[in-house]
Design a protein around this ligand. Structure first.
Ligand code: NAP
Length: 265
């Protein structure tokens, strides 16, 4: 992979993992079109390599903003799309607001699919092109407290696999890469407290970004990051009853952290 030849669109560029991806890819000489909503973070990132980084503030859940992203992507002639934008609201499903559920489905699934579809003609035009989807361990393990989020990440995994197979006779390679818990603003205090209580490993975003780059360089297809999560994902696939029982034992702790605090507490 000659990074200096690549023209990459990164969504979620202003987020914890996105920022690290921007930094690493800029260091490697790639030309970047970065998309997020936080204008000040985007400005900071552009300053890393003003000649090679172009920023666009866009809410990907709106059709108008996706159209602006598409125009900029045509301008830059992107040959790689990294879908890293995502939202996650931790909490018990029966306590989540319809708005929180919709926001996860709208961004993590609908906007990601529609943006990818809109960019496909441009990617298919290239000799070698990439679609990289940031999934999650929760795209293969249904976990209490993350019911709606898991729904979206399972969907993204299915999307990635089906699209990879649909594009198997084209120059477009699809990589689905699934981080485990990562130290970014995505995780609320309650989610962080549950990770601590369960003794979950939490990766630094720079490490995740480096793994994404390695996944691309090794032409991976579907990669779960972290141990023992790799094993848990496999176990959940073949013997889900074991994972059911393990998570049932942890349910009181999970409920304690995921339940919405009562106004008096
Ligand atoms: N952190 C974890 O524990 C973890 C674990 C596994 C997988 N992942 C996945 O990794 C990816 C990156 O996560 P992260 O931890 O870096 O999250 P993050 O720090 O919360 O960043 C999320 C990014 O998504 C952008 N975004 C949110 N709503 C948007 C919208 N409507 N339109 C456009 N952009 C929007 C944010 O933009 P603004 O900030 O500018 O609004 C931000 O750039 C996500 O797909 C996530 O599901 C994360």
């Amino acid at each position: 992979m000659r990074w200096s030849d690549r023209r990459i669109l990164i969504t979620g560029a202003s987020g914890g993992i996105g920022r690290e991806l921007v930094t690493l890819l800029a260091q490697r000489g790639a030309r970047l079109l970065i998309v997020g909503r936080n204008a000040s973070v985007m400005k900071e990132l552009t300053a890393l390599e003003p000649e090679r980084i172009r920023a666009l503030s866009a809410d990907l859940t709106t059709r108008e903003d996706r159209r602006r992203v598409l125009e900029a992507a045509d301008d830059v002639r992107i040959d790689m799309l990294i879908n890293a934008a995502g939202v996650n609201h931790f909490g018990l499903f029966d306590e989540q607001s319809p708005a929180a559920i919709s926001s996860m489905v709208d961004l993590n699934v609908t906007a990601t699919l529609l943006l990818t579809q809109a960019l496909l003609p441009r990617l298919l035009h290239e000799n070698s092109a990439w679609i990289v989807n940031l999934g999650s361990a929760f795209g293969a393990i249904g976990h209490p407290g993350y019911t709606a989020y898991c729904t979206t990440k399972f969907a993204l995994r299915g999307f990635s696999q089906a699209l990879r197979r649909e594009l198997a006779d084209t120059p477009v390679h699809v990589l689905h890469i699934s981080p485990r818990a990562t130290r970014t603003g995505m995780n609320s205090d309650r989610a962080n407290a549950l990770n601590t209580a369960q003794g979950n490993h939490v990766d630094e975003p720079a490490r995740v970004a480096a793994s994404v780059i390695r996944g691309i360089e090794t032409r991976a297809r579907d990669r779960q990051l972290g141990w023992p999560e790799c094993l848990l994902v496999r176990l959940n696939g073949i013997l889900p009853g074991i994972v059911d029982r393990a998570l049932k034992k942890r349910l009181p702790t999970i409920q304690q952290h995921a339940r919405r605090p009562s106004p008096s507490s």
